[in-house]
Design a protein around this ligand. Structure first.
Ligand SMILES: CC(C)(COP(=O)(O)OP(=O)(O)OC[C@H]1O[C@@H](n2cnc3c(N)ncnc32)[C@H](O)[C@@H]1OP(=O)(O)O)[C@@H](O)C(=O)NCCC(=O)NCCS
Length: 158
C-alpha cells in the first residue's frame, strides 16, 4: 500500500467517500442528497482550504481509501465541529478494501501529519453503532459531545 497527499483533483474522490460515509450502514443516501446538502458537500467542494490536508491509500495503483481533515468555521460547522481551530477528520475505505488495515494506516498518517503541522487536536463525528468507533478509540479519540445520533470525538495532539 502507498499513501499520497490529496489535492484539488481529488474532490470527486472525496465526494464518493462522503457518500460512502453517509451510507456506512447501508444505502440511505444518493449522490444528489450529498450535492444538495451544504452541510455534506462542504467536506469536499472547497478542498483543500488553506488548512486542509489528507491522504489517499493506493493498493495496486487503485484508490482504496482516503482520510482527510477540513477546518470549517463556526458559521458553517461540520457534524464533528468542536471549535474553529480544530480540523475535523473523515475516513473512508472503499469496498472491497475494508478489513485489510487501510483505514488504520490512513488514520495514523493523518494524525502524524496533524502533529507535524502543530495542530492542537483533531475532531470527528461517529454515528451510534458504527464499528469505526473502535478504531478511533484505539487511536486515542475521546467522546466530548453529542450531535443528533452521533458522538463528537476529539484527539488532543499536545
Ligand atoms: C471504518 C473504515 C474506515 C475502517 O477501514 P478499514 O480499512 O476497514 O479498517 P482496518 O482494516 O484498518 O480495520 C479497522 C476496523 O474496521 C473494522 N472492519 C474491518 N472490515 C470491515 C468492514 N468490511 N466493514 C466495516 N468495518 C470493518 C475492523 O473490524 C477494525 O475494527 P476492529 O479491529 O476493532 O474490529 C471502513 O470500514 C469504512 O470506510 N466504513 C464505511 C464508512 C465509515 O463508516 N467511515 C467512518 C465514518 S465515522
Amino acid at each position: 500500500m502507498l499513501l499520497r497527499p490529496l489535492t484539488t483533483a481529488d474532490r470527486p474522490l472525496l465526494r464518493e467517500a462522503t457518500l460512502a460515509n453517509m451510507n456506512w450502514s447501508g444505502p440511505r443516501y444518493g449522490v444528489a442528497d450529498i450535492d444538495e446538502a451544504p452541510e455534506l458537500s462542504h467536506y469536499f467542494t472547497g478542498f483543500p482550504g488553506d488548512s486542509d490536508f489528507g491522504f489517499a491509500a493506493l493498493v495496486d495503483g487503485a484508490e482504496a481509501g482516503v482520510a482527510w481533515a477540513v477546518l470549517l468555521p463556526a458559521s458553517d460547522p461540520g457534524y464533528g465541529f468542536v471549535d474553529a481551530e480544530t480540523p475535523e477528520l473523515s475516513l473512508t475505505t472503499f469496498q472491497p478494501y475494508r478489513g485489510r488495515g487501510v483505514g488504520t494506516a490512513l488514520l495514523d498518517a493523518l494524525v502524524q501529519e496533524a502533529r507535524r503541522r502543530g495542530l492542537p487536536a483533531l475532531s470527528l463525528s461517529v454515528e451510534d453503532a458504527n464499528p469505526a468507533r473502535r478504531l478511533y478509540e484505539r487511536t486515542g479519540f475521546e467522546v466530548v459531545g453529542r450531535n443528533g445520533g452521533s458522538d463528537t470525538m476529539l484527539l488532543h495532539l499536545r
